[in-house]
Ligand binder design. Structure first.
Ligand code: ASP
Length: 355
């Protein structure tokens, strides 16, 4: 009799402990979109030749059972795509799905598994349009899930640890790759063949070791709750058309003219050096701006540094905008969002200083 009572008391304690630990864990949703992290190759030695976006979200989660110790993890398959094929339609749909998730009181953090090619674009876009203080973490991998020393499982483990961490609240959208925690606005893919593929010229926010984040800096730019953009106010499945023209020597104006003809509302000039523009291209850009109201935004093909206003070109006089330190692909997204609100170059310039 006593033996039975002790046994059931023990069982009660075990159940209580289990429910307390369940209660103590945060709820993290893994939103899968495809990419190499969900890629599969023909053999384990195929680390660079493989098909992206093959493995479904449940298999990704089940491949890393240790993440269940970090959080209560559930999965959603939002897309199954290689990230270079993401268009406004997928980006907006993903943003709406993530927005719905972070609005749920039961969700504490979100991890988005994503191809690395345009991971920085999606991260920056979400950073601008989702109003939340909950951690949103994008993660990818450089090797497919089938490769020797695949980097996806540890990246996923660390991303879940970050999204489950209360310390990661209100830091803006983050990218977790190769143990580094980056801010969405200044992270970029810097190497396309190694696992340390992501870099930021301003440094990482922190580092993630054995499931715990260590912080070293924070971003001073506007993001998430402090953003004036909100996915809830953006209708339809297309953003205003903004395209990029890559600068070099010996250019012809045709690409600018073609984008203008296609209806571009802004052109990002991924210029040489300090966003410079060849003297034989300047008249084309002035014409597009003055006669068609197309915003000319000077960014740079140089991955580090930033474009100075009124240096190299008289931006005040021409009514052009500089992208500051945003790379061309991020400038494209900020310009598109800016154009949902204004076509005033001064206002757009303000946004480029602030985000
Ligand atoms: N092309 C792939 C993608 O972006 C590359 C990767 O995920 O690393 O989907």
């Amino acid at each position: 009799m006593i033996h039975k009572a002790v046994k059931s008391f023990g069982l009660g304690l075990t159940l209580l402990a289990a429910s307390v630990s369940l209660y103590a864990k945060n709820n993290v949703v893994v939103v899968a979109t495809g990419g190499t992290i969900a890629g599969a190759g023909a053999s384990s030695t195929n680390s660079a030749t493989y098909t992206a976006a093959k493995v479904p979200v449940d298999a990704l989660i089940n491949a890393v059972p240790q993440i269940k110790d970090l959080a209560n993890v559930s999965g959603i398959q939002a897309l199954q795509i290689a990230s270079e094929s993401i268009t406004d339609k997928e980006l907006l749909s993903l943003a709406r799905q993530v927005n719905d998730l972070v609005k749920k009181p039961s969700v504490n953090g979100v991890v988005i598994t994503h191809g690395t090619d345009t991971l920085e674009e999606t991260a920056f876009f979400l950073n601008l349009v989702i109003h939340t203080d909950k951690p949103i973490v994008l993660v990818g991998s450089m090797r497919p899930s089938t490769a020797l020393s695949a980097d996806g499982p540890l990246n996923l483990y660390s991303a879940v640890a970050l999204a489950a961490s209360d310390e990661a609240k209100n830091k803006g959208v983050m990218v977790l790759m190769n143990d580094s925690i980056f801010a969405a606005r200044d992270v970029t893919k810097g190497i396309n063949i190694h696992t340390n593929a992501f870099v930021s010229q301003w440094g990482e926010l922190g580092t993630l070791v054995e499931g715990k984040p260590y912080w070293f800096r924070s971003s001073v730019k506007r993001h998430t709750n402090a953003s004036e953009f909100n996915i809830e106010n953006i209708k339809g499945d297309q953003l205003p058309l903004v395209q990029i023209v890559y600068g070099s020597d010996s250019m012809i104006p045709d690409a600018y003219l073609a984008y203008a003809k296609a209806g571009a509302k802004a052109i990002i000039n991924a210029g040489t050096g300090n966003g410079s523009v060849g003297n034989y291209i300047v008249p084309t850009l002035k014409k597009l701006h003055d006669e068609q109201g197309i915003q000319i935004i000077r960014s740079s093909r140089v991955p580090q540094g930033f474009v100075l206003r009124n240096a190299e070109q008289p931006d005040d006089q021409y009514g052009w905008v500089v992208a500051h330190d945003l790379n061309p692909q991020k400038a494209r997204l900020l310009a598109a969002l800016a154009l949902t609100k204004t076509n005033d170059a001064k206002e757009i310039q303000r946004m480029f200083w602030q985000y």
